[in-house]
Structure formats: structure tokens, C-alpha cells
Ligand binder design. Sequence first.
Ligand code: SAH
Length: 354
Amino acid sequence: MIGVGLYDPDSPIRIKMVHSGGGAKLDKEFFSEKINRAYAIRIPLLETNTNSYRLLFGENDGFPGFIADVYNKVLVIKIYSAIWFPYLKMIMEQLVEVSSCETVVLRLSRSLQNKEPACQMGRKTFGLTEGQVLYGELKNEVIPFVEHGVNFSANVIKGHKTGYFLDHRNNRKLVGELSKGKTVLDVFSYAGGFSVHALTNGATEVTSVDISKQALALAVENGKLNSYSGKHITVAGDAFEVLREFISKRKTFDVVVIDPPSFAKSKKEIGKAKKKYKELAELGIQLTSKGGMLVLASCSSRVTADEFFQINKEVLNDQPRFFTLQTKTQHDIDHPIGFKEGAYLKTGYYRFLN
Ligand code: SAH
């Protein structure tokens, strides 16, 4: 026997491996060992002033299609495959025990939400529904939490994914540290992760750009959970157009962060995605002040880190200003990388010398 997998008739990956090297019984002990191992990896992060973290990062922690994020005392489980329904209660109880969470919310992927509620391919959804409170009470769907000393909140019912993007935590901290006394542009800001760290760390002015007005409202709300004296400006619109407009007005910023959504949702979009990264790097360069920092990120797993950094390098080499690549980063430690495609997030910090 080579291992144990769970059968998912609805997924292109029909068998999802949960154990390799012989047989295993999928009982309490089996899952508890994996959960304790996952928790142990996160302990250094929990020793910082942070109470929000990813406790299970899918395949990378041995739980393909299963995410568990903690926001303060609320655990949000997001399931992408029906294979987990029969084991959910057992796993949830152990996650509550290790995390000391008081409430558990269930989020389902779009494909699971669209399933027939009773039965699909003979597989029951066990009566579980999107946004269901599985344990404890959820008095307010907006949960306050702390990320390296900065206050945020996540809507665990209506927010993207589980409510917030935890993967950039360390990059936000780095951007915060760069922002004292600076002007900052946060492009594709969503709930203001980078913007709020910049404001809280003493940025004089932060401009958040996003196509979604609701996202910008969240960014403002999140900012107000902290004390800061800088100015917070929001601009709603298509980032490519907004950036071009800023360039035409000769605006520049000391720190420019560009963290777009995944541009390559399928294989055939890879070429188009690469063109967009190139375009964003070109726009970002023109918006970064003399001596400023340009931070370029990509979360498309189909564009590898090598390819992404190569695109940026070509664009930067193709323009007259001097620069150094100061740092390259991956996910924070609560997103361990267990397989090649797990390394989806990459960020480059480019410092201009003139
Ligand atoms: N930087 C954020 C995460 C970005 S998620 C963080 O640190 O948390 C991607 C965001 O891009 C979403 O908020 C989405 O509304 C926004 N978006 C998608 N397409 C856009 C476009 N063409 N122009 C501007 N924003 C866009």
C-alpha cells in the first residue's frame, strides 16, 4: 500500500492524499497528530503581538482542500472539497482544543455552495451550509483581531476567503517599518492591510486604491481601529487607469505597494497575467519617488517566483534609474510550503537610488 487518499468525484484531482507510506486509520489520533504538528510550526508567530493566523494551510499541512484560520477567538473553517464533511466534527473539536477558540464558522467554496443540498453523486453534504456557526455563538460577524500590534477586523461571513488575507502579514510589517514619515501608495488595497500598517507606523499620507468601494470602506474602518496622525485617502477605480492618471499628474510616492489579485486562474491565462505584471511594474516605477521603495507582489501560483522576479528584473533593467533588489519574500510561517505549487506568494522590494 502506498498511502491513503480520499476520493473526490467532483475534482480534477480525484484522489486527495492524506497519508503516504503504508496504511492509516483516519481516526482522532491520526488527525490530532497532524493538527498538533501544524500548531507547533505557528508558535513563534503566536509569541508576537498577533492573534490571527492560519492554523491549517490545506495540502501543505496534510489537509488537501481544508483551510482553518483563527481571528482572535473565532475559528473559520473553509472547505474546498466534500471529502471533509464526514470528518468535520472530529477535526473541528481538535482545532478548538488546540486554538482555544470559542466560536467556529464554516465557509464553503463556491462549488460546494452550488451542490444540491441533500445529495450529489451519492455524497451527502451532511446538512452543512455556507456561513453556518458550527460551535459557540457569533454575536457579530465582524471580528476584531491584532496583527503585529496593529488592529484590524474581518467579516468572517461576508469577507473574501475567510475574511482577510493573512498570507502577507510579514510583508505588511516590513512595509510598516519602511513608512515612518513617508507617503505610501497601496494599490489593490482590499481591507487596507498594507495601508493600515503604514498609517499606524507614522506614514504622513497613505493612498489606498481598489476597484471595490466596500473594500475601501473596510480599509478606512480598519485604519480607525488604531491611532494615527497621517492622512488616509481612498480612490475607487480600476488600478491600471488610476495609476496612469496619477502618472499624468506627475504624482509620486515614497513607498509603492502593488499586490494584485491572482491574474492566472487557469493555464490559458498565464501569458495575459505575465503582461499585467509587466505593466504594473512599469507603472509602479514611474510612481516611486527618488530614493523610494517599490514593492511588487504576485499571488498567482501558475506564475512561478522565478518567472515573476524575471519579469520585474527585465522591466527595471529596461529603464534608466538605478535600483537594488533589497529583499525577496514568501509567505509568513503560518503558510508552510509543502509542495511546489504551495509557494504561490512572492514579493520583491526594489529600492531606487535616484
Ligand atoms: N493587498 C490586499 C489584498 C489584495 S486582494 C491585502 O494586503 O490584503 C485583491 C484586491 O484587488 C481586491 O480587493 C479587489 O477588489 C481588487 N481589484 C481587483 N481588480 C481590480 C482592479 N482592476 N483595479 C483595482 N482593484 C482591483
